[in-house]
Design a protein around this ligand. Structure first.
Ligand code: SF4
Length: 242
């Protein structure tokens, strides 16, 4: 499952754009990107899902993002330019997910550097939220430089037996950790906010593909599949099974 080009949204950075100074040569493996995303952080956001995850949590609904794929490498400069062009300065934030963003630390560093330069030069105020399946302690130990460039992080692996309890998190062990002054101001109200009642999923259609964006509750994807089957629609290549 993922995102795309219809339903008022725009997906997939493609056409080369003038390079930004940061990340001129860096390449990030990207599964998809979408604008606007409204279910993974506050406001209208740019969503970027990286390709490749070495963690392989049991029950992960994004198994299409697991394999690394050099064919999905995108110049970081082009990705930053796409973010800039698609949102036209109106994004409240950027959410980076996957896949495991911290499995590509150098490219992630270049991407965050490019985003920070864009924000600074255009005097924008979007926040940067990143998901990771690694424990917070490991991120603090091995990736302090990357954490310093984020406004908030949602760390810890997905645990299938711990149903989601709080907003934007897939299992009850996952926390929301503000990391900057902007992050503390913006995310403090959401750190302990329950998941219930809020909009959880977004759908977008791209040709024969349907992308689901957001945090499904336990069994949601099986229910979607069953409802489609009742209507004579068989889903193939679903991302929650391999
Ligand atoms: S939930 Fe996230 S960290 Fe875990 S396997 Fe899926 S993509 Fe990787």
């Amino acid at each position: 499952m993922s995102a795309t080009r219809k339903a008022g949204g725009r997906t997939r950075p493609s056409a080369p754009r003038p390079a930004v100074a940061a990340g001129r040569r860096a390449m990030l493996e990207v599964n998809k990107a979408h604008w606007p995303v409204t279910v993974l952080g506050p406001g209208r956001r740019i969503g970027v899902w990286v390709q490749g995850c070495s963690i392989h949590c049991k029950g992960c609904v994004s198994q299409d993002t697991w394999p690394r794929d050099p064919g999905k490498r995108i110049p970081v400069a082009d990705l930053v330019a796409w973010c800039r062009d698609v949102s036209r300065g109106t994004a409240d934030g950027i959410t980076i997910s996957g896949g495991e963003p911290f499995d590509q630390p150098a490219a992630l560093d270049a991407f965050l550097t490019g985003l920070a330069a864009w924000r600074r030069e255009q005097k924008l105020d979007f926040d940067i939220l990143c998901y990771s399946g690694y424990p917070l302690r490991r991120l603090q130990k091995e990736h302090a430089r990357l954490l310093a460039r984020l406004d908030a992080v949602i760390p810890e692996p997905y645990v299938d037996r711990l149903p989601p309890a709080r907003l934007w998190r897939g299992s009850a062990n996952q926390t929301l950790v503000p990391l900057s002054a902007r992050g503390r101001e913006r995310y403090a109200p959401y750190v302990d906010r329950p998941a219930g009642g809020a909009k959880r999923m977004q759908a977008a259609v791209d040709g024969g593909r349907v992308w689901m964006i957001g945090i499904p509750d336990r069994g949601d994807m099986a229910r979607v599949e069953a409802l489609c089957a009742e209507r004579g629609l068989t889903l193939t290549e679903v991302s929650w099974r391999r």
